[in-house]
Design a protein around this ligand. Sequence first.
Ligand SMILES: [Zn+2]
Length: 243
Amino acid sequence: MTQGPAIVVGRTDYGERDRIVRLLSPAHGRVSVLARNARGSKRRFAGALETGARIDAQLRAGRGTLWHLDRAELLDGHLGVRSDLERLGLLAYACELCGALAREHHAEPRLYGLLELALVLLDAMTAPPGEAWRLGLEAKALTFAGLAPILDRCRVCGLSPDEPMRFDPASGGAAHTHCEGSGGRQVPVDWLAAAELSRRTSLRELVDTPMPAGPSWALAEAVEAHLGRALRSRGVLRSLSDS
Ligand SMILES: [Zn+2]
């Protein structure tokens, strides 16, 4: 039995009455838990199993990697976000991103801390943040997962960026055109510098930071290349911000 804070990063219905919930916990990383009777009784977990909810969770190891959620007390449901579709899309995206990059059953205090701050900030905003905020979130999540993207130099020769640079999501960094060849896509040097700055700047300070034109989803594509699959919530976010 173990008890501590966790954030709900995803959930799936299971059978008639139960739910499988994915949690990100500082002590255990990503954990899938079976919440018995979560759908049968509204009172049993009262609002504590919504994506993005920060909870005090009582977990019990099960057979294999699926644990049991015996009790969950809601600490913060981030209700402010839920009235704004775009911020709600970002909440789901932040949860999926940090949850997917976290290792299963390994301490992940930095990814947890990043997601916790992202949700608190989204909750406190009165309008959706600019693009630099999302890029900062992606860059930090990659960094905390040990996959820091190389943005401030050429990942092949190590020298300073020089127009035109290229970025190949699968290789996790920028490179000179003469070093990389034709792989990846062309990316402006000022965009790379701004993305690197967003990686090093607190999310708190990135809410209104302007971002030069560039490959807006390059870091998300680096995450997807690492995972070998698409981030589902990215499609939703994209359609919301385009409309
Ligand atoms: Zn180079």
